[in-house]
Design a protein around this ligand. Structure first.
Ligand code: IZC
Ligand code: ZN
Length: 421
C-alpha cells in the first residue's frame, strides 16, 4: 500500500471543500455528501463524490485497489489542522495549575520567575534526544485525536542554542513522524533571566543573532512574538515582525491575550497570516482583521484553563472574520491535545455552531499555516489526510463532550492510527 485506498458507502462525507479560508457565513457550509466515496492514489485525493458517481465512473478498476474501507455508519472528515501549539518542551508545571486555583494569576506567576521561564530552564537542561522523545509522544497523542498537520513553536530556549535545538527537533520529527509539522520561531516568547529589565536589548539579540540564522537555515516558516503587557510591546513586536517579513517569514503572533494593548490592530497593519488568542481584542481590531484577511486563531482551552473570558468568536464571525481553532498545547496555560475539548468549548462558550467549529479546525486551520492548497479539506489534488469518526455525524464531536471519537486516521493515503490497535 503506497498511499492508495478507497473509502466507500460513507454515511456522511464532510468535505469542507475549498482552497481558501472560509470567513463569515461561509464557515457554516461543510459541503457534505451523503453516501459518499473518497479515493486516494499515491497519497493524493483523486475522487470525492457520491457512491453512485463512483460506481458510474469506475466500474472496472475497483478490484485493483488494495485497501478498501467500508464507511457505512461513519462520518469522514479532513484531518484536523492544529495551527497553534508549543509541543516541544522540557518539564511540566502542575504546581502552577494548583497556584492558579488558589487565586494567583498567570501573570503573577510569570512575574515572579515562574511560567514560561520555568519551562525555559527545563528545556535548556533537556538533551535533544529527550526533547525528541517527549515531543514524539505528544505527536502520537495528537494524531490519535485526528490531527494530521500541526504547528509547533520554539520559545522555550530564549538563547541561541536552545531555540535552534527546539527547531531542529521539529525538523527531525517532521521527517520521522506521520504528522506534518510547520515550525514557527518564537524567540520573543518571554524575557529570559539574563535580560531582566533589558527587553529592548533582548529583542535586538533575537533580531540580529537568532532570526537571520533561522531564516538562512530554513528552520521556521513563521515568526511569532508574545505581544503582551509586561512582556513585549506593540513597538517591539512591530520591529521584530517587520524584520521577519523582510527575511521572507510569515507572521502569526500572540495578540491581546491577557491585556488589550493593540496587538490585534498590529496584526491587521502587518498583514499577518493570523492573530492568535484575541481574548481582549477590540471591536475595531476585529473588523480590521476581517477587512485585511487575517485569520483569527482562537484557543478556547487557554481561556478555560486560565478561567479568563473567552474570545468573542461569535462576534468575529458575524463581523466577517475567518476563525480558526487550535489547542495551544503547552505545559503552562493549556496542557491539552484534545480536539473534542476545544470544539466543545468553542460551541458552548464562544457560540460557534458545530459547522463553524469544524471549518475552524480544518480549512481555516490550514489557511492559518498557509496550507489551504494542500490540506484542510477533502478536494481532488489535496493530500489524502482523513479522519474516520466512530459516529454517524460530525455533530457528535461537540455533543459527545470531550470524548475522543476518532476511529481511524489516514495520512497521505496510509492508515496511521486505528482505535483498538
Ligand atoms: O508556557 O505559558 N501564553 N505563552 C503565551 C504561553 C501562554 C505558554 C506558556
Ligand atoms: Zn501560544
Amino acid at each position: 500500500m503506497s498511499g492508495d485506498l478507497i473509502i466507500r458507502n460513507i454515511a456522511e462525507l464532510v468535505t469542507c471543500s475549498g482552497f481558501e479560508a472560509k470567513s463569515g457565513e461561509a464557515m457554516s457550509d461543510l459541503k457534505i455528501i451523503n453516501n459518499g466515496a473518497l479515493r486516494i492514489e499515491d497519497g493524493v485525493i483523486t475522487f470525492v463524490g457520491s457512491e453512485a458517481e463512483w460506481e458510474l465512473i469506475s466500474p472496472d478498476n475497483q478490484s485493483d485497489i488494495t485497501n478498501t474501507i467500508d464507511g457505512s455508519g461513519f462520518s469522514v472528515l479532513p484531518g484536523f489542522v492544529d495551527s497553534h501549539t508549543h509541543f516541544v518542551f522540557g518539564g511540566y508545571r502542575p504546581d502552577e495549575f494548583a497556584w492558579r486555583l488558589r487565586g494567583d494569576s498567570y501573570m503573577d506567576i510569570m512575574k515572579r520567575g515562574g511560567g514560561i521561564n520555568s519551562t525555559v530552564s527545563s528545556t535548556r537542561e533537556a538533551s535533544k534526544e529527550e526533547l525528541l522523545e517527549s515531543a514524539n509522544n505528544r505527536l502520537n497523542s495528537m494524531l490519535s485525536f485526528g490531527v494530521t498537520t500541526v504547528e509547533g513553536k520554539s520559545g522555550y530556549g530564549l538563547d541561541f542554542d536552545t531555540e535552534i535545538k527546539q527547531l531542529k527537533v521539529m525538523k527531525e520529527l517532521n521527517k520521522s513522524h506521520p504528522v506534518d509539522i510547520v515550525s514557527t520561531f518564537l524567540g520573543a516568547h518571554a524575557i529570559p533571566p539574563e535580560y531582566l529589565g533589558k527587553s529592548d536589548q533582548y529583542i535586538g539579540f533575537v533580531l540580529d543573532s537568532v532570526l537571520p540564522y533561522v531564516s538562512e537555515n530554513e528552520l521556521a516558516e513563521f515568526c511569532d512574538i508574545f505581544c503582551e503587557d509586561h512582556v513585549f510591546s506593540v513597538e517591539q513586536s512591530r520591529r521584530l515582525l517587520n524584520r521577519a517579513q523582510t527575511l521572507g517569514l510569515g507572521v502569526k503572533f500572540h495578540a491581546d491575550e491577557i491585556v488589550r494593548i493593540g496587538g490585534t490592530e498590529l496584526a491587521a497593519e502587518l498583514g499577518a497570516v493570523s492573530a492568535d488568542h484575541l481574548l481582549q481584542a477590540s471591536d475595531e481590531g476585529i473588523r480590521m482583521l476581517a477587512r485585511n484577511g487575517v485569520i483569527a486563531t482562537l484557543l478556547p482551552g487557554t481561556a478555560f484553563g486560565l478561567r479568563e473570558p473567552y474570545a468573542r468568536g461569535r462576534f468575529m464571525i458575524d463581523q466577517g472574520c475567518a476563525v480558526a481553532l487550535a489547542t495551544d498545547l503547552n505545559p503552562g496555560s493549556c496542557y491539552t491535545e484534545s480536539i473534542p475539548l476545544i470544539i466543545a468549548l468553542a460551541t458552548l462558550y464562544m457560540n460557534l455552531s458545530p459547522e463553524e467549529a469544524i471549518s475552524a479546525m480544518t480549512i481555516n486551520g490550514a489557511a492559518a499555516l498557509s496550507r489551504q492548497n494542500e490540506v484542510g479539506s477533502l478536494d481532488v489534488g489535496k493530500l489524502g489526510d482523513v479522519v474516520i469518526l466512530d459516529a454517524p455525524s460530525y455533530r457528535y464531536i461537540p455533543y459527545h463532550m470531550g470524548v475522543n471519537q476518532v476511529k481511524t486516521v489516514i495520512k497521505r493515503g496510509k492508515v496511521v492510527y486505528s482505535k483498538n490497535g
